[in-house]
Every structure is written in structure tokens, then in C-alpha cells.
Design a protein around this ligand. Structure first.
Ligand code: SF4
Length: 230
């Protein structure tokens, strides 16, 4: 479990009470990636994910968690006096009420980001939310789950992240950037899998190929060796 924050103790329940979301943790930390990197942020980690990426570092969010009313989540977030809130998982969109949570957080005036796998439809996400969407490369084991129609819902406010575990992943990602003109849709982030690709190698590949993508290291890994969202 990530350090640096106050965590909500999960309630135990096996049924889905009306109007509630299953939450693994709510914590206050520093955003470790994407465009809001470095900002104090409250993370709301929803429980459950239908994918099983080989390099996933949030497996503890697959099961368990506790049921929380949206009003209670907002109250907990408000205690930390932040502008930035990140809704993550697991795969947050696997719970339909996530859409309502996102809207309520936007209505409350927060800068809201959503970390999502790219496998579930993002069309109904509130347009005020910054989507940080994965494009799963082959070594994730979940490449077939990419919902390509999601690309049409990305705007210049959003970010598309490819987690790279090998040279093969890199070449696949490079081909997708070219084939779909991804950099013209939104910011594209290439991030190395910790322990699988040397960050310097990835940086040098990007430079050598003059790619229009942004290299990213996960700040929370450097600071605390913590879990990420996706
Ligand atoms: S990396 Fe994200 S999408 Fe993949 S299994 Fe883990 S939580 Fe699910």
C-alpha cells in the first residue's frame, strides 16, 4: 500500500449497497505521473479490474475493499485540502457509479483525473475530467483488450500512456503512434516497466527515432517504491 497518506479503512461487505462504490483506499500523496506530476493529490482507488496485466503493481486492488457512499468519499477528499483528485484502480470504470463520482468531484471544483486501462468505454466520462488512458502493449498480455474506439474520445486535455516492457513493446508503440497519429490527439507518454527496460534505453530510443512522445518515469517509484494506478 502506498505511503504518504491517510487511508480509509475498508468496510467489509460482499453485496453492492445502492449508491455506493467499492473502494480499496483513499490517500493523500504526490502525483507520480502524467501531466499533473508533482502536485499534491488525493487518490481514490476503486476496487476491481477485469484485466490482468503481467506487470501490474496494484494487484491488491483486485479484491476486497469496502463500500462507501459518494458523499462520504467527497467528505474524505475534502479533509486533505487539495486541488487535484485522481480516480484510479484497479479499473475504476468497471464500477458504473464511477461516472457519478467523477461528475460530483468536478462539480465540487477539483481538478479531476481518471486513470483507466483503455479497455472500457470512456465515452460517458465527464468532459471536465482529464483522462489518463493506457494503450496496452503486447508484453502486458492484455493488448487484445484495447478498445480502439476510445481513441476518438481523447482530447488535447487527455493523455495516452504506453507502458513499455521490451524493445518489442517499444516498436509496437512507435507503430501505433504513427498509424493513428496519436500525438495529434493528445499527449502520448512512454513509460518503462520498472526492472524490465532500462529507463535510459527507452529515453535513447525515443531520441534516436525523434518520436513526438513524452518520456516518463514514475515519481512515486523513485520516492517511495510505491504502486501506481495502471
Ligand atoms: S495494470 Fe491496471 S488495467 Fe492492468 S491489471 Fe493492473 S489495475 Fe488492471
Amino acid at each position: 500500500m502506498p505511503v504518504g497518506g491517510a487511508n480509509v479503512a475498508p468496510e467489509s461487505s460482499s453485496t453492492a449497497p445502492a449508491g455506493r462504490l467499492r473502494i480499496t483506499e483513499i490517500f493523500h500523496s504526490i502525483q507520480g505521473e502524467a501531466d499533473a506530476i508533482g502536485w499534491r493529490t488525493v487518490f481514490v482507488r476503486l476496487t476491481g479490474c477485469p484485466l490482468r496485466c503481467t506487470w501490474c503493481d496494484t494487484e491488491y486492488a483486485f479484491h476486497g475493499g469496502g463500500w462507501h457512499a459518494i458523499d462520504d468519499i467527497l467528505r474524505e477528499v475534502a479533509q486533505h485540502d487539495v486541488r487535484h483528485v485522481c480516480v484510479t484502480g484497479g479499473e475504476p470504470l468497471a464500477q458504473k457509479r464511477c461516472l457519478l463520482l467523477l461528475r460530483r468531484l468536478c462539480d465540487a471544483g477539483y481538478e479531476v483525473s481518471l486513470e483507466t486501462s483503455g479497455a472500457l468505454d470512456v465515452a460517458a466520462v465527464d468532459p471536465r475530467v482529464r483522462k489518463v488512458m493506457d494503450l496496452k502493449a503486447p508484453d502486458s498480455g492484455e493488448c487484445a483488450r484495447n478498445l480502439w474506439s476510445n481513441l476518438a474520445h481523447l482530447t488535447p486535455r487527455d493523455q495516452l500512456k504506453v507502458v513499455i516492457a521490451s524493445r518489442g513493446d517499444y516498436e509496437w508503440a512507435r507503430a501505433q503512434v504513427a498509424a493513428h497519429a496519436l500525438d495529434r490527439r493528445c499527449m502520448v507518454l512512454f513509460s518503462p516497466v520498472h526492472g524490465a527496460v532500462q529507463p535510459r534505453d527507452l529515453a535513447e530510443w525515443i531520441i534516436a527515432d525523434r518520436l513526438p512522445v513524452r518520456f516518463q518515469l514514475q515519481l512515486h517509484k523513485l520516492l517511495w517504491n510505491d504502486a501506481a494506478g495502471h
